[in-house]
Design a protein around this ligand. Structure first.
Ligand code: HAM
Length: 415
């Protein structure tokens, strides 16, 4: 016997109950982002590999280890998108969006692919809802975009959310700082863990994340990038903080916040939820003022974020993302009433009601049970005397002509 076919590791099927909860995420995003002038964009599931090598950065884990790259029949190297910022910037350039009033504010909800170690909240195919605001260096765009993500997480009932905020300054500031940090680490080498010591050249910033007691002591007094920002970058950061304070958003300035993508400059931020386990990052983003230029465009600033849909749902209070509404369930006592029932359900849907007809040949008792199971507000039972319409909310019932059922439900619903 052949082995059972299963979805590949790190992927999963979105079953109807889950699809309903996702639809709630999409609806909240459309409402909250739409109200702030963001418009939806969708880019292809795969792109030229070069886009990510140039955009995300060839030294990142994503590009080095996590991309699904393949050659197509024409010998082109293509990659399933591991993230959305580089593709949206590519689309911005390709469609001449620099001619539109700036900033161009876009949002997306799409699937992304990374070859990562799969576990709860970390998949190989996952979904992100994200925004990109391209064409303005105003710190108000950073603050607005952060506030919008906070609002979205709140609307979806994501629990125990914390926001960390930092600034990376410019690439030059970072390069100078890196040298300073390396020199500091070397001067205290004897107190560092072997692992941190081995990575001084490669990734000195990792030392801030170490659990090793000696390393932690050394790092407590280490120079911090946030204290080395240029005047302009420091002003930009101060304005972002002041705007967030004005919006009464709680955040923690984290001078060591690092992100896994190379394109960031200035503001970076991350939302975590303590309701999640090890994969506590719900969403994150920042400013990427050099990215468009790196993709061959004119110098153009940008800022955005992405949040993992699976992680939002894992961290959300279940009651916030409810089941679909069913206004009417049409039941019937005997097959001779089925055609009338069919017509009523059809008419009800044309009138804008969510209506379902009995389709499994159940007894009347079984049909009432089914109506209850799906949470139908009204049940119409067709029989010899006409249609008995029950209101599950008030407990009341009334017998009407079959042709009057839809009107009856519409009137009842608007009361
Ligand atoms: P990112 O931090 O790599 O940023 O991903 C954003 C969010 O996607 C994470 O916080 C997490 O919730 C979710 N996520 C990432 N990888 C996985 C995975 N393997 N499984 C499940 N969820 C995952 C970006 O992708 C940037 N493009 C964000 C951005 C937009 N920056 C500026 N604009």
């Amino acid at each position: 016997m052949s082995a059972k076919l299963q979805a590949p590791r790190g992927t999963y099927d979105v079953l109807p109950e889950e699809a309903t909860r996702r639809a709630a995420v999409e609806a909240a995003a459309a409402r909250i982002l739409g109200a702030a002038g963001y418009r939806r964009i969708e880019t292809p599931a795969f792109e030229a590999t070069e886009l990510f090598a140039r955009g995300v950065g060839s030294s990142t884990d994503i590009v080095q280890k996590e991309m699904y790259t393949f050659e197509d029949g024409g010998g082109r190297s293509l990659t399933l998108r591991p993230e959305g910022t580089a593709p949206v910037c590519r689309a911005y350039l390709e469609h001449g969006m620099q001619k539109l009033p700036q900033p161009v504010k876009l949002w997306y909800l799409s699937s992304f692919f990374r070859y990562e170690r799969a576990q709860a909240g970390r998949q190989r195919q996952f979904w992100q809802v994200g925004t990109e605001a391209i064409g303005s260096a105003d710190p108000a765009v950073d603050a607005e975009s952060i506030v919008l993500l906070a609002e979205l997480l709140d609307a979806l009932g994501v629990r125990e959310v914390r926001l960390r905020l930092g600034s990376l300054g410019t690439a030059e500031t970072r390069a100078t700082y890196r040298e300073e940090l390396q020199a500091y680490l070397r001067a205290h080498e004897d107190r560092l863990s072997d692992e941190v010591r081995a990575r001084i050249d490669q990734n000195p910033l990792r030392a801030f994340d170490a659990d090793h007691p000696g390393t932690r002591e050394v790092m407590a007094a280490a120079p911090r990038l946030l204290d080395r920002l240029s005047g302009e970058d420091a002003d930009h950061f101060a304005t972002v903080c002041a705007l967030l304070d004005g919006a009464a958003l709680t955040y923690e300035v984290d001078p060591t916040l690092v992100r896994g993508l190379d394109y960031y400059a200035r503001t970076v931020f991350e939302f975590t939820s303590d309701a999640l386990g090890a994969q506590s990052g719900v969403g994150g983003g920042g400013r990427y003022d050099g990215l468009i230029e790196q993709l061959g465009g004119p110098p153009t600033p940008g800022v955005g974020w992405a949040a993992g849909v699976e992680r939002i749902l894992l961290a959300a209070d279940q009651s916030h993302v409810g089941e679909p509404v069913v206004d009417l369930f049409v039941a019937y006592a005997g097959e001779e009433h089925r055609a009338a029932g069919f017509q009523i359900a059809h008419e009800a849907r044309r009138a804008g009601l969510a209506a379902q007809l009995e389709l499994a040949g159940r007894s009347v008792k079984g049909q009432l049970k089914q109506a209850d199971r799906i949470g139908a507000r009204y049940v119409a039972i067709l029989g010899e005397e006409g249609a008995t319409v029950k209101d599950s909310e008030s407990g009341g019932q009334e017998t009407v002509e079959p042709g009057a059922v839809v009107h009856h439900v519409l009137r009842g619903r608007s009361l």
